[in-house]
Design a binder for this molecule. Sequence first.
Ligand SMILES: Cc1cc2nc3c(=O)[nH]c(=O)nc-3n(C[C@H](O)[C@H](O)[C@H](O)COP(=O)(O)OP(=O)(O)OC[C@H]3O[C@@H](n4cnc5c(N)ncnc54)[C@H](O)[C@@H]3O)c2cc1C
Length: 188
Amino acid sequence: MAHNRSDIQRHAERAVPDQAAEILMAGRVAHVAFTEDGQPFAIPFGYQFDSSEPRLLYLHGSHASRALAIAASGAPLCITVTLLDGLVYSKTAMNHSINYRSVVCFGRGAEVTDSDHQQRVYEAMIKRYFPGRTQGRDFAPPSSAQLEGTRLVEVVIDDWSAKAREGGPTGPLDLDEQSPGTCGVMPI
Ligand SMILES: Cc1cc2nc3c(=O)[nH]c(=O)nc-3n(C[C@H](O)[C@H](O)[C@H](O)COP(=O)(O)OP(=O)(O)OC[C@H]3O[C@@H](n4cnc5c(N)ncnc54)[C@H](O)[C@@H]3O)c2cc1C
């Protein structure tokens, strides 16, 4: 049977679709994947996401950025954001694991050229990365020249999936206090 591209196949019980927006709000780095002439690339970016507009994700950077130009072109994108929550250690090698929350988004981008829109996104992005910092008090807004010198791309997310692992190790010896070895979770 054909699957949708955002259906989680492995460990489907770890699907957390209701947490997708929360994870994107908490994330810091988005890996933006695209293909160019059949070659896949996955390039790290800062990004903006606001759960009040849960289908939009913003990327910005230099007009010289190849990745950003492709993102603005409407080409299909796959954007992944990952939060690391803990390192899971087990009494058996193959049951070492990682606690995580992650979102995979599929969508397409277009350049934002309206300066009011650009200002709103940059101000909100700084607030998200640096809560408590206020434009006009702690820092000056971008000038027209700075806005023109920066490319802002709005990605419309067509579909997404969210997946999380939580809890301790699940190896065959991990619940047996008498068995040799150590196990637990190291928070990150
Ligand atoms: C945490 C983080 C946040 C970032 N945020 C932004 C952002 O908000 N805006 C922005 O414009 N850029 C950002 N960057 C830089 C971004 O990853 C790209 O380097 C940049 O956008 C140039 O892209 P490009 O496709 O033009 O690079 P090109 O130089 O054309 O890419 C050519 C090759 O260089 C290599 N390369 C490119 N970037 C990287 C990289 N980061 N690490 C290792 N190899 C690389 C790859 O092999 C790639 O195929 C960020 C990087 C990091 C790590």
